[in-house]
Design a protein around this ligand. Structure first.
Ligand SMILES: Cc1ncc(COP(=O)(O)O)c(C=O)c1O
Length: 187
């Protein structure tokens, strides 16, 4: 069996309607901007694999750093523990962010980062004895696929099935719809 046949037997892919989507492209290797398929095609990765590989695939410098770190310490739980790489990165981030941003909270992906931000904003007011629970969210936004992130995202086919489980938000016009409304009105 080739990779696609094996994939079809055991996998579901994100943001994919499995019955109607085209077959996934089987990738076996990456180098710089190129991805190589199982049957020998070379594909230009023009979206950096969903913006994750901005330095290119299998970058030798990054691979060397990853290997060195994994050989020294691959993971330690962060509740109650700390380690040099986490501290060093936080120091660098604090140094380049606005002066009033003095702490880093690590999250593991975009959706969870949004959840953390929503919870921090909510708890900020709770700690001041005020219950503020209304979020303002842009129309047409995309913030991820966890529940808080879906609530803060614009309505879409991806969020519609879960509408009844999402907290309500106030919708602010995003620039594209404000511009198109303006165009419509002036026409
Ligand atoms: C603006 C924005 N926020 C949040 C996310 C969600 O990130 P993740 O897919 O890592 O959960 C994305 C992902 O594309 C994004 O583009």
């Amino acid at each position: 069996m080739n990779l696609v046949e094996r994939d079809r037997k055991v996998l579901w892919h994100p943001y994919t309607q499995e019955k109607t989507a085209p077959l996934p492209v089987p990738i076996v290797r990456g180098e710089g901007v190129w991805l190589y398929t199982e049957d020998g095609c070379k594909i230009l990765d023009g979206i950096s694999s969903w913006w994750v590989n901005i330095h290119g695939h299998s970058h030798p410098f990054l691979n060397e750093a990853l290997t060195a770190q994994a050989n020294e310490l691959e993971h330690a739980m962060f509740a109650g523990f700390t380690h040099r790489p986490a501290i060093e990165l936080a120091e660098k981030l604090v140094a380049i962010t606005p002066k009033n941003l003095t702490r880093v909270f690590y999250s593991d992906n975009g959706s969870t980062a949004v959840e953390v931000a929503l919870k921090m904003a909510y708890q900020f007011w709770q700690n001041r004895g005020q219950e503020r629970k209304t979020f303002v969210a842009l129309e047409n936004a995309y913030h991820g696929d966890t529940f808080g992130a879906m609530a803060a995202s614009g309505e879409s086919n991806f969020t519609k099935p879960f509408q009844n489980l999402l907290f309500k938000v106030l919708r602010a016009k995003s620039v594209p719809s404000a511009v198109s409304d303006g165009l419509t009105r002036s026409e």
